[in-house]
Unconditional design. Structure first.
Length: 134
């Protein structure tokens, strides 16, 4: 599998996560919302976990660099893109009868940072073996 093939797969996965997050953010009573009450840290934990997965996917969708400065640039790009998406979701919630919550945005950003760090660590430990340079 070439690096472009890998990026394409991760772009589709990122879009899938974006659609799920949009649904959960904008639907008044999303399916499974009663399960959030039993989730660790409840709403904020759910935000962090969903954006952690999103940040992980975004890092690879943007290219998943395995060296120095490029790695830092892609990490920042993933986090900033994901945080902008989270901010947009918070703003759009005011149009569907839900409240803007700065703590949600903070949980989103923490999740993005953790997801990106995990993606970098995975790439360093096992990922290089599976990506052929195109």
């Amino acid at each position: 599998m070439t690096q472009n093939d890998v990026k394409t797969v991760w772009r589709f996965i990122s879009i899938f996560f974006a659609v799920i997050i949009t649904y959960l953010s904008l639907w008044h009573q999303p399916l499974g919302s009663n399960m959030i009450a039993s989730f660790p840290l409840q709403d904020k934990g759910a935000h962090a976990l969903s954006y952690m997965a999103f940040g992980y996917a975004l890092y690879y969708a943007f290219g998943g660099a395995d060296e120095g400065i490029k790695q830092l640039q892609l990490s920042l790009k993933s986090i900033l893109f994901g945080a902008a998406f989270g901010y947009m979701m918070e703003i759009l919630q005011s149009f569907v009868g839900r409240d803007y919550d700065l703590k949600d945005l903070l949980a989103d950003t923490i999740g993005l940072c953790i997801g990106t760090i995990i993606a970098v660590l995975v790439l360093h430990s096992i990922g290089k073996k599976y990506i052929q340079r195109a």
